[in-house]
Design a protein around this ligand. Structure first.
Ligand code: AMP
Length: 192
């Protein structure tokens, strides 16, 4: 199995480059943000819980998020057999530790972590533009500030966590989308 964690701040291009990874490697894509937004759209109980956090730019509590990820993995065993692109998960050390256990229990492991590195002013510009284009409710200036602060405090320590395990590959995330994907492809092919 080829299990890729696509990692980076909000606006770093995780979703866009996940689409390229799916096309090239035929892997199963799990975007935890998409799973939550889909629940909000369908009016589920989980959606109502998630919305309160998302609208404030805060993270959904680890225990809940870990349960959600396990159920998505279990519900898609066949589709996930070639490997999984984890997009937006893990976002905390506790989630990364849980992912390690979850994959171990399923006889597999994280193959590589692709870290999209983008300067802060560029992140802000991209997210505000996405908000204008898609109407995504948490892509407004106030919420974005919180999301970036949450990223720095809770998520960015994962870079060192995965560096220590020799799994982190830094990818400059600015420039042409195809050019960035070329860098990602090189990183993924190196561990295939
Ligand atoms: P995303 O689409 O990945 O930017 O996620 C949008 C929002 O969903 C985040 O700002 C969080 O509120 C929530 N979310 C998504 N993934 C996670 C996660 N792994 N842990 C906690 N909250 C998450």
């Amino acid at each position: 199995m080829l299990n890729i964690v696509i990692f980076g701040a909000p606006g770093s291009g995780k979703g866009t480059q996940s689409d390229n990874l799916i096309k090239t490697y035929g892997l199963f894509h799990i975007s935890t943000g998409d799973v939550l937004r889909d629940n909000i759209k369908r009016g589920t109980e989980l959606g109502a819980t998630a919305k309160a956090y998302i609208d404030k730019g805060q993270l959904i509590p680890d225990a809940l998020m870990i349960d959600i990820l396990a159920s998505v993995l279990d519900a898609n065993k066949e589709a996930a057999a070639p490997g999984v692109i984890f997009d937006g998960f893990p976002r905390t050390i506790a989630q990364a530790e849980a992912l390690e256990v979850m994959l171990q229990e399923r006889g597999t492991a994280v193959s590589t972590v692709v870290g999209l590195e983008v300067p802060e002013d560029e992140l802000m510009r991209r997210i505000i533009l996405r908000g204008q284009q898609t109407g995504r409710s948490d892509d407004n200036e106030e919420t974005v500030k919180n999301r970036l602060a949450v990223y720095h405090n809770q998520t960015s320590p994962l870079k060192a966590f995965y560096e220590e395990k020799g799994l982190y590959q830094a990818i400059p995330g600015t420039g042409d989308i195809a050019e960035i994907f070329g860098r990602i492809q090189k990183a993924v092919d190196a561990v295939k």
